[in-house]
Design a binder for this molecule. Sequence first.
Ligand code: NAD
Ligand code: UGA
Length: 477
Amino acid sequence: MNKSIKNICCIGAGYVGGPTMAVIADNCPDITVNVVDINKDRIESWNSSNLNELPIYEPGLDKIIERRRNKNLFFSNKVQENISNADMIFISVNTPTKKKGLGAGKASDLKWVEACARQVARFAKGYTIVVEKSTLPVKTAEVIKTILEAAELNNACKNLKFEVLSNPEFLAEGTAINDLEFPDRVLIGGENEDAILSLHKIYRNWVPEEKILHTNIWSSELAKLTANAFLAQRISSINSIGALCEATGADVREVARAIGTDSRIGSKFLDAGPGFGGSCFKKDILNLVYLSEYFGLPEVANFWEGIVKFNTWHQHRLSRLIIKKLFGTVSGKKICILGFAFKANTNDTRESAAINICKDLIEEGAILFIHDPKVDPKQIEIDLEKKEKYSNNKLKNQTQTLSEGGWYSTKNIIDSSDGADAIVVLTEWEEYGQLDWEEISRKLRKPAWVFDVRSIIPYDKIKALDLNFWKIGDGSK
Ligand code: NAD
Ligand code: UGA
């Protein structure tokens, strides 16, 4: 049954559902795209007339929303109605690591995916193609299929018919729109040629034919986990070499450049930093670990688990290093943290390295002034599991009144460096590469340290100043 798609419903209006559907709507003006979510606040923000209030900060997204919203792109909480009207349904809900029960700490929690499948089974009409957009463990399609097939049998009179496809998303936050517009590849896994063709046709509106890959459904599910595992593995690899560079006098950027010119290795994803963050790398590797254990492959499981363990060790290594450089104690010392998002150009803080590093420093009694251009201080409060100390700006600058072991949010880097012992750059926001170091240096309490964990600070701007400088993976200074 070759189906021409006129009406899409996407369940889940998050970091994937929102941008992905916006780009589909933008490239397929004849298709109506309904993005639904159970979270009322999120949908309200997607519908806000102020485009600065969209729930997700992603460069270029606001322009597409402005162009397509309420034309062929709609955001609502009407889950049931939009499932009923859809020819094709994307499941784009969260799949976090299970917190309790079987597989806790490793396996993905599929309760939201299962809930979606049950909603689809209940409300869909006629022939519907169900697309897994969430990142899912291998064989999840089977779970979805089983639920949908039960609905087909129980509602024989409704002529229900489902096909399930896997179409994992490879976008990275901060570059999501570009990644969606110009993907390296689009992956479609499935068994039914007609269903595959229906989805293929949608992507063909803007993606070249040769970039749309077809595989069986399990390869598609596993390819997504594998891609994230390989990418994360590169980061742990380069960070491990960075630690060795610091110990030996080498510079990790030079090593990365030297190995990156080998076309078999490639130059991307070799930036040493505070360790990978984001909602997916850790979760997806742990999922791979769980699957490997489940299928009786403990050596495979251990291999991948090492990548996550190293990443956590690396983050704590950085906290310890900062403390050591500040004479072995940060108790009562003021430290400016630049950047809290897990990478630049996103407001997402999930699994950000800044969380572990800030928690460690607070635990040791430091007073942190945290700056991030896009992250809401309320989110920092949730992540650090600690309330901000004062909200009164005046008090914030009177360091003598500060008690140890807490944090403050700040919008003014210069003011907050007043009396601080250190500046720590944790996210590579462009503006941190353009700071007025002369002015900051005048404000800092000497001897002061600058910790550049993202290699973003131009050394020539600070080398003449009375500052100690440490850069990730640089043993040459
Ligand atoms: P998210 O938490 O930002 O969004 C998920 C949304 O689904 C939430 O708004 C939640 O309210 C909604 N939801 C949950 N159950 C629902 C239900 N039954 N009905 C309606 N709405 C429901 O998550 P995300 O970052 O968009 O990730 C979604 C999936 O995509 C995950 O599997 C993730 O691994 C994968 N992924 C994420 C990224 C990324 O960059 N964030 C990239 C590629 C793939
Ligand atoms: C990652 C993948 O890049 C996407 O392809 C994938 O779709 C997505 O996960 C997902 O499944 O969620 P994302 O986490 O948004 O995307 O961002 P990345 O650019 O991959 O960065 C992840 C983390 O690694 C960040 O903390 C980043 O700062 C860090 N990183 C990245 C480095 O430390 N060094 C690098 O060279 C690259």
